[in-house]
Design a protein around this ligand. Structure first.
Ligand SMILES: [Zn+2]
Length: 385
């Protein structure tokens, strides 16, 4: 079966390409924000739902007006794609998966998406619409031979680095079936705890970078607004942020690949469950580890390699439940790393017990046949805290 896979590379635009891209980012952002305003006004003033097709027609109309001719200076595809993204954001909102869409900012990460009609790929080089020269891409790994890119996304991050993400369809072979299953939980002290008893990751790994970042942020705060030094200090902060994000992503990629390779069934709690635990300490651990991104990686890799990812979407007292006898404690504070079950007297490591419960809950879901589609399972039981 063919699967979609994204390949991301850094590239170095020429000055001319930088200018074209800056205009394109601007037009795509404009289309998104303009569409958002249109849909919001229609809803609040007339209780009308506006579709993607409506916004697309209205944008074509808008481009004919003299004060908006500048929209025609760039490829028409990225602004159209921005309207599609907006439509997806609204769908996510209406279906309860996301908050109401917000306006895109000039200072955030910029992006522009090109579909096949707006770029040229000759098997070696990639040229975008309205550009004469191909992009100077650093091919850190090869694209699969003979592939046909379907979508190309250009991003510029806050550290002023340019990336191209090439989406291709390729044959990914399933891995041989294993008789191994694992439950994962997020710990406070270590990043990820496996139900096998293994703990992975050490938050100290990122500590040095974070200290540097804190120092740079303090320096930035002292600089005068609008000064050249402030702009320099801001770029330094952005670069450190980018470096930390890169290392974290790299780390997560390796870990998610390993877990999917080594196990046939992987059980986890979804991010929404994690977010239910309103605790500052845990909230920081979640954002540091990037649980949502980690779950996303496990999900698509499970799809690629024929593994099963079971996400537990409902609250389940994974930490407070004794995995040996099922007894549920009334309370367990976050500082309690170990506890003794009052019923069966089993001594528990808090995190490992939780990971074992996650595995048990996930397998119960799978056994009841609810997990027909991997990644969409819901836990059956569980007392809310
Ligand atoms: Zn017990």
């Amino acid at each position: 079966m063919k699967q979609k896979r994204a390949y991301k590379y850094r590239f170095y635009p020429t000055d001319e390409q930088k200018q074209i891209l800056a205009r394109t980012f601007g037009c795509a952002r404009f289309a998104y924000n303009w569409g958002l305003r249109l849909r919001t006004d229609a809803y609040y003033q007339e209780h009308k739902r506006v579709s993607y097709a409506d916004t697309s027609t209205a944008l074509t109309e808008l481009k004919r007006q003299p004060e908006y001719v500048w929209l025609n200076e760039v490829s028409s595809v990225p602004p159209q794609q921005a309207l599609r993204h907006l439509d997806r954001a609204f769908r996510n909102f209406f279906e309860g998966r996301a908050n109401y869409p917000t306006f895109k900012k000039r200072h955030g990460i910029q992006s522009a998406e090109y579909t096949a009609s707006a770029f040229k790929w000759d098997g070696k080089q990639l040229t975008l619409a309205k550009m004469d020269e191909p992009l100077d891409i650093i091919w850190s790994r090869p694209l699969p031979k003979g592939c046909k890119p379907t979508t190309v996304t250009i991003t510029k991050d806050t550290a002023n680095r340019y990336f191209v993400c090439i989406l291709v369809e390729e044959e990914i072979k399933s891995l041989p079936v294993l008789n191994k299953q694992v439950g994962l939980d997020l710990g406070l002290k270590s990043m990820v705890i496996l139900s096998t008893g293994e703990t992975i990751g050490n938050p100290k790994y990122f500590l040095k970078d974070e200290k540097k970042l804190a120092k740079a942020q303090r320096r930035l705060a002292k600089k005068q607004k609008g000064s050249k030094n402030r702009a320099k200090a801001r770029l330094k902060v952005a670069r450190l942020h980018a470096k930390i994000a890169d290392r974290r992503r790299d780390y997560q990629q390796k870990l998610s690949t390993r877990i999917i390779r080594e196990n046939q069934v992987v059980c986890i709690e979804s991010l929404s469950v994690k977010n239910m635990v309103k605790n500052r300490k845990l909230a920081k651990a979640i954002s540091d580890v990037g649980w949502g991104e980690f779950v996303r990686q496990l999900e698509y890799k499970a799809n690629w390699y024929g593994r099963m990812l079971i996400k537990i979407d409902m609250f389940y007292p994974s930490s407070k439940r004794c995995h040996s006898c099922g007894h549920v404690l009334d309370s367990l504070s976050l500082d309690e790393r170990f506890w003794m079950c009052p019923q069966c007297h089993t001594f528990h490591d808090r995190d490992m017990n939780a990971a074992k419960n996650v595995l048990a809950a996930g397998l119960a879901v799978a056994a009841c046949g609810e997990a027909v589609r991997p990644g969409r399972a819901k836990a059956l039981s569980g007392k809310p805290q």
